[in-house]
Design a protein around this ligand. Structure first.
Ligand SMILES: Cc1cc2nc3c(=O)[nH]c(=O)nc-3n(C[C@H](O)[C@H](O)[C@H](O)COP(=O)(O)OP(=O)(O)OC[C@H]3O[C@@H](n4cnc5c(N)ncnc54)[C@H](O)[C@@H]3O)c2cc1C
Length: 482
């Protein structure tokens, strides 16, 4: 057993929320040494890009987040198992002890296994053939060259945004995919029937078989030579060589709970991201702030900002996070702003154009977007998302907004990109910022992420940044570096 020196700030978890708080701490002038304990044996990476690793469009290295600035020690493959609040110490699975002055919990979330007969072995772990997608290790199992080469079919349970993304990614890798969903259309918690039908059509066009409308009732695990079987309430029995569960996540609260901290669904925190122990904070997917579980990068970012400000200067307050979801699906883009259909609004604009595979719904209160869905309106996605994220008023001519013709607004259509076009909406990085960084030597995806922070938010811009790299490389004379 090794007892380490007291860390002024000790962080448990090395995911995107931990990474963001380290960055913001330095930004706000906190120079305290920080030690991070991460259970995964990799550097911090952008979890939201996992499906791009699944379909092979992004090398794993490109998902890595840049090394945090300042005096930071990152220990990977180290799992914290107990917090001793009395002595202010954290114990790890290896028997090491890390005393702390201040502790930050950024333990994230873990996949939720539904209560379905047959899914678990008697010790509670997933049964044979059952897979999840939360970590690079999960992704590596699903992309094992042997199963990819054998085109082993995958049955995905749950057509929320993760299930839909995973289905497109696996289909792109030529894997036979069946997507099973208990409700009549995919992503029904965010999309209405019209938008859901368009996503269903896209899935079908990509070769995914969608089995919707009947809940799963039981799983019979695979045995040697025979695939598992997923039974549905309507009597269907689906073969399931690999059963990929995309059935939600649960905040990882075990450490906090056993340390006696207040936990409801997540670890309860106040506006300073403090738990009921003033020396312990929590943020990201593991935290519950004002009754809300985060579950998105936007909420983790807002919490990291609030916590870093508090630790650096004692300031208080969490800016409300504006949730933007950009599921990576084949074809023209999809964006979901906030939670459409949940709260009353003054005005709803709907444009349904199934013949062209397009759908838009914007909910407005006053002149501001409170929620929305855009599918197939690529030129409008950047402007509309930007207006929503910044809570800016929309133009009077709503149709021009949807058609991407709104004046003085950035556009996402490839021919109409201007230097001011915001490419990374999460970090407000423009085309010009990226071009300048590229010319200054950041000539790859990881380097541009490092220099500008583009792609380190929701990751929805990664492909756009990658193609910008390609086009800059082909249009620039080979003088740099020579
Ligand atoms: C495929 C996929 C796509 C997604 N797409 C989007 C998207 O488009 N937009 C969006 O907003 N969100 C998306 N998300 C969700 C987003 O990735 C999460 O909100 C984000 O990762 C939360 O960050 P976090 O750091 O709080 O938690 P996590 O990313 O879960 O990281 C927590 C880390 O803590 C470690 N840890 C846990 N317990 C311990 C311990 N005891 N000791 C040491 N380490 C520990 C874990 O191993 C993990 O590495 C997506 C998620 C997935 C899986």
């Amino acid at each position: 057993m090794t007892t380490h020196r007291t860390a002024p700030i000790l962080v448990i978890g090395n995911g995107p929320a931990a990474h963001q708080v380290l960055d913001r701490l330095r930004h706000f002038g906190c120079e305290d040494p920080v030690t991070v304990l991460g259970a995964e044996d990799t550097p911090a990476y952008h979890r939201a890009l996992l499906t791009s690793a699944l379909d092979g469009s992004l090398p794993v290295e490109a998902m890595e987040l840049p090394p945090p600035p300042g005096d930071t020690t990152i220990l990977t493959g180290v799992c914290a198992v107990r917090i001793d609040r009395l002595r202010r110490r954290v114990h790890t699975a290896d028997g090491d002890v890390f005393p702390y002055a201040r502790l930050i919990l950024a333990t994230g979330a873990t996949p939720l296994l539904p209560d379905l007969p047959g899914l678990r072995t008697p010790d509670g772990s997933p049964a044979a053939g059952v897979a999840v997608l939360r970590t690079l290790a999960d992704c590596a199992r699903l992309t094992d060259p042997a199963v990819v080469a054998a085109r082993t079919p995958v049955t995905i349970l749950g057509a929320g945004s993760l299930g839909v993304e995973a289905a497109f990614a696996l289909a792109l890798k030529n894997r036979p995919v069946t997507l099973v969903h208990p409700r009549p259309w995919p992503m029904d918690h965010l999309l209405d029937a019209a938008a859901g039908a368009l996503v269903r059509d896209r899935l079908t066009a990509a070769g995914v078989e969608l089995v919707a409308g009947s809940p799963a009732t039981a799983y019979t695990p695979a045995t040697e030579g025979a695939p598992g079987t997923l039974a549905l309430a309507d009597g269907t029995a689906l073969p399931a060589h690999t059963l990929l569960l995309c059935t939600g996540v649960l905040p990882e609260t075990g450490l906090a709970r056993t340390a006696g901290l207040a936990v409801r669904t997540g670890i309860v925190v106040d506006d300073r991201m403090r738990t009921d122990d003033p020396l312990i904070h929590a943020l990201g997917d593991c935290a519950e702030h004002r009754g809300n579980r985060g579950g998105s990068l936007a909420s983790g970012w807002a919490q990291a900002e609030a916590l870093a400000r508090h630790l650096a200067s004692g300031a208080r307050g969490v800016a409300p996070a504006r949730r933007v979801l950009r599921p990576r699906i084949a074809g023209p883009g999809l964006v979901v702003l906030g939670m459409p259909g949940r709260a009353p609004s003054d005005e709803t604009i709907t444009l349904n154009d199934p013949a062209n595979g397009r759908y838009a719904r914007l909910e407005l209160t006053g002149e501001h977007i409170t929620a929305g869905v855009l599918l197939g309106f690529d030129r409008a996605i950047a402007t509309t998302t930007e207006l929503y994220v910044h809570d800016a008023p929309v133009p009077r001519d709503r149709l021009s907004l949807l058609l991407g013709r709104a004046p003085r607004l950035a556009r996402a259509g490839s021919e109409e990109i201007t230097p001011e076009t915001v490419i990374c909406l999460c970090n407000n990085v423009t085309h010009q910022d990226l071009t300048r960084a590229w010319h200054a030597g950041a000539q790859g995806l990881a380097e541009l992420a490092d220099a500008t922070r583009a792609t380190t938010g929701c990751g929805g811009c990664a492909r756009q940044v990658e193609s910008l790299c390609t086009s800059l490389a082909s249009s620039t004379p080979a003088t740099t570096g020579s």
